[in-house]
Design a protein around this ligand. Structure first.
Ligand code: F6R
Length: 244
């Protein structure tokens, strides 16, 4: 628990760079799982600063994003492809071929195949070393909404009404928010070697309490993180306020 999200984000950025340097020393790529949304933006800003001002290189980094709205063109204002380029990729020296984001343009009939290929790509590079997560008010991680089990894999999902309400301002109205998304599964996320979940602000306090102190249940998919041996939950004081 940090006094504020600024200090927390800077600390997480430092941990990521340390992991990147460790993998570099071992002559292996560093595989990061990345999230979008408002939570990690300060973290990405700090990674950009570390690159631009302190010469940190991302040449040996491979990334896999958690999710993308469906359907979604990559150049749309709300696409997660665009988000990642704007906040991170356009400002660091990551190789374009090392970036992976679920493709919101595949046809409905091809999504299952796409999901299998996405998972194979993760396995082919040795699995995710560190997965960054946010949490939705529904208890989703990625877009694994209530009902998602611990064995779920990369797939098409129907977004919860609360999630669509929370996204309404990005889409200039709830009616414009896509009804579906492609997301890594809970099972996919749990295969990462280490996980860091970030949550800021009082709006997350109730779901953080359920995630950390509640019983594991499909109704709050983030509770399945309790099964993982190397997970850290990084909070500001407001998000931690309801923990006992
Ligand atoms: C985004 C993602 C979601 C968000 C969550 C919180 O890639 O996977 O689980 O992390 O919806 O969103 P924010 O950070 O906007 O509160």
């Amino acid at each position: 628990i940090y006094p504020d999200s600024e200090l927390a984000s800077v600390a997480v950025a430092r941990d990521i760079v340390q992991l990147m340097q460790q993998r570099q020393a071992e002559g292996r790529p560093c595989v990061l799982g990345l999230a979008t949304g408002s939570t990690p933006t300060r973290l990405y800003e700090e990674l950009v600063r570390l690159h631009q001002e302190e010469g940190v290189s991302f040449q040996n980094v491979i990334t896999f994003n958690l999710d993308e709205y469906y359907p979604m063109a990559p150049d749309s204002l709300q696409s997660y492809v665009r988000f990642m380029h704007e906040y991170l990729f356009d400002h660091i020296d990551i190789r374009p071929e090392n970036v992976h984001i679920p493709d919101g343009t595949v046809s409905a009939g091809e999504v299952a195949d796409f999901g299998r290929r996405y998972e194979q790509q993760i396995v082919a590079v040795g699995g995710i070393d560190l997965q960054i997560l946010g949490i939705g008010r529904t208890g989703h991680i990625g877009f694994n909404e209530p009902g998602s089990g611990p064995a779920s894999r990369t797939r098409l999902i129907t977004l919860d009404q609360i999630t669509r309400t929370d996204a309404a301002s990005d889409f200039f109205g709830e009616e414009n928010v896509p009804r579906r998304a492609i997301t890594m599964g809970v099972g996919t996320i749990l295969e990462a070697r280490a996980i860091v979940l970030l949550a800021w602000g009082e709006g997350k306090a109730a779901v953080v309490k359920r995630m950390v102190e509640g019983a594991m249940t499909d109704s709050v998919p983030a509770t399945y993180l309790q099964k993982h041996p190397h997970v850290r939950v990084i909070l500001d004081e407001a998000a931690a306020a309801e923990l006992t």
